[in-house]
Design a protein around this ligand. Structure first.
Ligand code: HEC
Ligand code: HEC
Length: 280
């Protein structure tokens, strides 16, 4: 550092390095100072409005009493208020009446989508597309019937269609013959269909009795769809469905939801499923 300031009159601090590198003492620009003070004032005022200064384990509450939880709760209350209007209506209406009201149907379907995902999708697929032994809900073919009341009953009470295993009653030729007729979609013309008692559940015409959940055998919509459909039909005839006397029987049980879901939730799901398949 030089003894004498070799650069007088330029407002330097007297700190000089490498002969001519000087530190100047100029004030910061005015806009910068304004912003600086404004931010300090902002900080203090903010601290009075919102919770901020720590006192022990707590903090000052601020004039407005604002908290994150309160703001969240207000948001929840707002949503609940909008929903309450719909929910009250749904509770007071039948599924039929809900279907007749377009706005309410739309709300019901949106709300049931979550219920369906949580309770039904594991078996019926997320869009009701079904699976190897779980029926498709997104079509117009129904085992038990697509009337809104029937769907509601299916969900509340569950279903377990029973077809007796015929492996011990019928010869291999008879099973082959019946299976061929089913594949052709015209089982009723096969005399065995009447003789062997298939009509008791599938009806004289082979279209199935919905009250028993006996599949329609004339529409080529397969309840148990497999790559080799003829083999699948033969298997069903031989081993039946839910026949406890045959260890190889097909298992197909729709669980009851009456004790797991509220009445309103079941109503909503019925509307949802009805709309998936376009009803009956
Ligand atoms: C554990 C698997 C499983 C779950 C979970 C399940 N289902 Fe089912 N569902 C079935 C089976 C299997 C059948 C066919 C029963 C039969 O063939 O007798 C069925 C049948 C149905 C039917 C009758 C279809 C027709 O064609 O008549 C409806 C409607 C239905 N389910 C709706 C639902 C809804 C809504 C839920 C959710 C609340 C649900 N299911 C949950 C397995 C399930
Ligand atoms: C006791 C009633 C009952 C009798 C008798 C009966 N079925 Fe069934 N059958 C059913 C039911 C119920 C189902 C559907 C089960 C389900 O979906 O869970 C079914 C399903 C079927 C299926 C499967 C269809 C598909 O889409 O995959 C075939 C094939 C079939 N039956 C053929 C016959 C033939 C042939 C006879 C006569 C030898 C017969 N059934 C006798 C009740 C019966």
């Amino acid at each position: 550092m030089a003894d004498k300031n070799p650069f007088p009159g330029e407002n330097n601090t007297g700190h000089i390095w490498d002969d001519n590198l000087r530190e100047l003492s100029n004030p910061p620009p005015r806009w910068w100072m304004i912003a600086f003070w404004a931010s300090i004032i902002w900080f203090i005022v903010y601290g009075f409005i919102y919770p901020m200064y720590p006192i022990g384990h707590e903090s000052t509450k601020g004039f407005t009493g604002w908290t994150q939880i309160k703001e969240f709760q207000e948001g929840v209350d707002e949503v609940e208020a909008v929903r309450a209007e719909f929910e009250t209506k749904i509770a007071a209406m039948t599924a039929d009446q809900i279907l007749a009201d377009e706005g309410l149907s739309a709300y019901t379907i949106a709300s049931a989508k979550v219920l369906f995902g949580d309770n039904c999708a594991a078996c019926h697929g997320s869009g009701g597309q079904g699976g190897p032994s779980f029926p498709v809900l997104a079509d117009d073919e129904w085992i038990y019937g697509g009337a809104i009341g029937t769907i509601e009953q299916t969900i509340a009470m569950g279903r377990k269609g029973v077809m007796t295993a015929h492996g011990k009653i019928l010869s291999a030729d008879e099973i082959e013959s019946l299976a061929q007729s089913v594949m052709e979609g015209d089982p009723a013309t096969n005399p065995l269909f009447l003789q062997k008692g298939c009509i008791a559940c599938h009806g004289m015409d082979g279209k199935g009795l919905q009250a028993l959940g006996a599949a329609n055998l004339t529409d080529s919509v397969w309840r148990f769809a497999e790559a080799d459909q003829l083999a699948s039909v033969k298997y069903t005839i031989a081993h039946g469905v839910n026949d406890s006397t045959d260890p190889q029987t097909r298992e197909a049980e729709m669980p009851a939801f009456g004790d797991r879901l509220s009445k309103d939730d079941i109503k909503k799901l019925a509307v949802f499923v009805y709309k998936l398949g376009g009803g009956q």
